[in-house]
Structure formats: C-alpha cells, structure tokens
Design a protein around this ligand. Structure first.
Ligand SMILES: *Cc1c(COP(=O)(O)O)cnc(C)c1O
Length: 365
C-alpha cells in the first residue's frame, strides 16, 4: 500500500513503506523478543541520540506527544515547586494549560508569536521570583516554525540551579543538539515527528538523578513518569500498561532508517534543503513568510495567506491534495497564514514537485 499523497504537516507525517511494513506482525508484551529486543534497544538509542553525556535515561509513554508533556509536568514538579512557562506559541501555551489543569503553581511568560524569547529577560524574571523551581520551553515552536534559543535560555536557567524541561517534540531527531551539553533535565518528543515513526507514543529523555527524585510526585496514575521508568528499568523494557506494540516496532525500524540516512546531521541537511527549496519557490510565486529568515527552523514554515478576495484555504488545500500534497492550516492567533512542513519521508525533488503543484493551484492569481 503506497500513500496517495505526501503529508507536509508537522506530524503525523509521511513515513517510509518499510516503517509501515514493520507493523505487519503482532507482538507479545511479556516476551523478551519485544521488551529486550525492541523496547530496550529504542530506549538506549534515544539516549545516545540526545546526548554524549553520562547520566541520562529514557522513558517511553503511551499516547500522543501531549501525554508525555503532561506526564512530565505532572510528575516532575513537587507540590511546593513552581513552574515558569516560556510561551511564544500554541505549544508553549499548552504547557501553561497543563499546569493549570494539574493545579501546579506557575507563571506564563507571554512573549508573542513572532519574536524570539530573550534569555536576559527570562533571567530577570527568574531573579524576581525565587519561588520558581522549574522552567519549561518549546524548542521548535511548531505554531510558527520558530527555532527558540534553547542553549542561551538553558544557560540562565542552569546558572540559577533550576530544572529545565524542554518540549523538543518537533525538532528531536531533525536538528542536531546535545541536551547534556545544554543542561536540559527533561526533554520530551514523540514517535511521529522527526524520527519518522507512526503515532502512538511519546518519550522523555531525563537526567536520571533528577528523575529518581520524582517518586510519588505524579498527579495521575497512568501518566506517572517515574513509575513508568521504574517498571521499564526493573523489567527490562516492560511497560506498566498495554503498550502500542505495532507503533513501537515501527519506531524501531524508523531508528534504523535514521542511522542509514547518516544520523541526525544528515537528516537536518535534508530538511534544511527542503525548506530552502520551499521558501525560494514560494517567494518566486509571490508568497511571503511570516517569520524573518533568521528565526526559522527547517521543520515547518508559515506563509501569509494571499490577500485576494477569491482565495480560500480549503479550495487551495483541495487542489493541492488532488495533486498529491497535503498542507496545513495556520495556527498563529493574529495573522492569516497556512503552513507547510518539511519533515518526514519527504525529499528535495518532492519540494520541487510541490512548487509546480502550487503554481498550478493558484486559481485566484
Ligand atoms: C506535535 C507537538 C506536540 C504534541 O502534539 P500531539 O498532537 O499531542 O502529538 C507538542 N509540542 C510541539 C512543539 C509539537 O510540535
């Protein structure tokens, strides 16, 4: 079964046929073949992808990426802790919402969607409120495509001995980084983004000494990050509750394909070139990017909608879908945009074909 169109979305995204084929077998969640042979291998590989530093471990968690964010926020911050949320888009805002739902003391720094968070400003906020124990931020804010200055923010957070939580959902595996060097304590991502697996679980890569402090802190049984980790450690890859076996097996294949491509650096190059071809092509057709080029990640790009009375996103979308491409609506609050993703099993020649398809779909022009 081949796909009828490419998903140019921030996930779930287009996966390779071999990743999808890896799901054609059933697995026993008690058996070593699955636990040691698949889950434990994934856990080790994730840590190796995230950092060369010692002292990190990983936990896999059922659900979409948000479940892993919620598991982390809900399991890491103690009752007397306080979270500072750096918000410059929908995913930052969602972290604030999670803290609100879970009754965790928190402050949300609303920084707008089109400017980068400023590390000095964050340092000031930390100095003004010594009750803050934890800081959470998003790496690539998928709302706009902005790449946030994580290393600079980590520096001010770690200089004040706070715990750093990073939502690297849409960037991990697609942008080179070393969380140990930056001092990130908990990094969250999911199966269906840059590793190019299928949806069904997320994962957290954590400084083990910090995770060990989290026993008994969780505000939810099924999202208890510590307990999930303890079970996987004790029973060599065993999940506490039913694990998404087929998805996990597909992810194992996706990791092999990431290595075959040449690792994160090679994947980053491909995404980066995809994005360059996309932006050059779109600008030549008269579209304008929401963000300044210097703020862009290679993950996803927001374009202003054409200011033409006849333009209608749904109609444009449908014309492109008929030609084999699925794009994404905008998510920015105060600008009319649409988004095109560069991640997944999408290659440079696909981006050239996309530009041709867009040219042929500009019915308003
Ligand atoms: C995709 C994404 C999430 C999680 O989304 P789910 O729909 O729950 O999988 C969280 N944060 C960022 C930055 C994302 O891109």
């Amino acid at each position: 079964m081949d796909n009828q169109y490419l998903l140019l979305t921030p996930g779930p995204l287009s996966t390779s046929r071999t990743v999808r084929e890896a799901m054609l077998k059933d697995w026993c969640t008690w058996d070593d073949e699955y636990n040691k042979g698949v889950v434990e291998v994934i856990r080790q590989q994730l840590v190796a992808l995230a950092t060369e530093s010692e002292g990190y471990t990983s936990v896999l968690m059922q659900g979409s990426g948000t479940a892993s964010v919620e598991a982390t926020i809900g399991s890491v911050i103690p009752t007397d802790g306080k979270l500072l949320v750096i918000n410059n888009g929908a995913y930052g805002e969602r972290i604030g919402q999670i803290a609100q739902y879970l009754n965790i003391a928190h402050t949300v720094l609303d920084l707008g969607e089109v400017a980068q968070p400023d590390a000095d400003y964050i340092a000031q906020q930390l100095d003004q409120d010594p009750a803050i124990t934890h800081v959470a931020m998003v790496h690539c804010e998928t709302t706009t495509g902005m790449l946030n200055p994580v290393a600079a923010v980590c520096d001010v957070v770690k200089a004040r001995n706070k715990i750093m939580i990073l939502d690297a959902m849409s960037s991990f595996g697609g942008i080179p980084m070393d969380i140990g060097v930056m001092g990130v304590d908990f990094m969250i991502s999911s199966a269906n983004k840059c590793i190019q697996g299928v949806p069904g679980f997320g994962f957290v890569i954590a400084k083990q000494a910090e995770l060990e402090q989290c026993r008994g802190r969780a505000r939810s049984l099924s999202l208890d990050l510590f307990d999930q980790w303890a079970c996987m450690e004790k029973n060599q890859g065993k999940w506490r509750f039913t694990s998404p076996t087929h998805t996990v097996r597909a992810f194992h294949q996706a990791l092999i394909e990431l290595a075959d491509e040449g690792g994160v650096a090679a994947r980053y190059q491909r995404y980066h070139t995809n994005q360059r071809i996309l932006v050059e092509g779109m600008e030549s057709l008269g579209f304008r990017c929401l963000l300044d080029a210097s703020l862009h990640s290679p993950i996803i790009t927001s374009f202003y909608s054409p200011e033409h009375a006849e333009y209608d996103f749904k109609r444009f979308y449908t014309l492109l879908k008929e030609k084999g491409f699925v794009i994404y609506p905008g998510k920015v609050s105060n600008a009319d945009c649409f988004r095109i993703g560069n991640i997944g099993d999408v290659h440079n020649q696909d981006m050239h074909r996309l530009i041709d398809a867009i040219r042929a779909s500009m019915y308003w022009a």
